[in-house]
Design a protein around this ligand. Structure first.
Ligand SMILES: Cc1cc2nc3c(=O)[nH]c(=O)nc-3n(C[C@H](O)[C@H](O)[C@H](O)COP(=O)(O)O)c2cc1C
Length: 165
């Protein structure tokens, strides 16, 4: 049976969006962009965004269109904010985590906070990811990121009854 994948992401400036679109293309999956109702633009948005992420605050997100319960693997992506998950993705996970069957994570970053962000995503999802992928914003802009194909392969080859095939 064909596996069903859903890519879910938040992106403030388009870097994580680019990776999300790439993943969705490779997996021929559905894709859902999470929109934060709180204004995250400009310097003020940057400051309050970093503070909210650090304090593990939730936010108001636009209602989603895709039900994650209908997918075998949900692939969740966030930019790293203050070495943490963005409030929008934290909120999405909190609202939907009971519906996730399997998860994979990806993040983009200025260069730090990758490990911590993935651990936090695992804690909030209450699920271990079957694969993770991270890239810096410079790597994404220059298309020089590594480990992408391996990430896709792990997701594709994941045996839904447990482990990789
Ligand atoms: C509020 C805020 C906090 C950030 N905190 C970090 C950080 O702790 N470490 C880091 O390496 N990059 C940090 N960044 C940079 C972003 O993670 C990076 O630019 C990311 O690729 C942006 O993705 P986007 O274009 O999808 O929004 C931060 C950016 C913002 C806006």
């Amino acid at each position: 049976m064909e596996k069903k994948f859903l890519v879910v992401y938040y992106s403030r400036t388009g870097i994580t969006k680019k990776i999300a679109q790439e993943i969705a293309e490779y997996l021929s999956s559905d894709i859902e962009q999470i929109i934060d109702e709180k204004d995250r633009s400009g310097i003020r948005g940057f400051m309050t965004g970093g503070r909210d992420a650090m304090k593990r605050e939730l936010t108001q997100i636009k209602p989603v269109e895709k039900d994650p319960a209908n997918y075998d693997i949900v692939i969740i992506g966030t930019p790293v904010w203050a070495a943490n998950i963005t409030p929008a993705i934290r909120t999405y996970i909190m609202q939907n985590r009971e519906k996730f069957k399997n998860v994979a994570f990806f993040c983009t970053t200025g260069g730090t906070g990758i490990e911590k962000t993935f651990i936090e995503m695992e804690v909030v999802c209450k699920k271990k990811p079957i694969a993770t992928f991270a890239a810096t914003s410079i790597e994404v802009k220059k298309n020089t990121y590594q480990g992408f194909k391996e990430f896709i392969e792990k997701i594709k080859s994941h045996n839904l009854t447990g482990g990789e095939q």
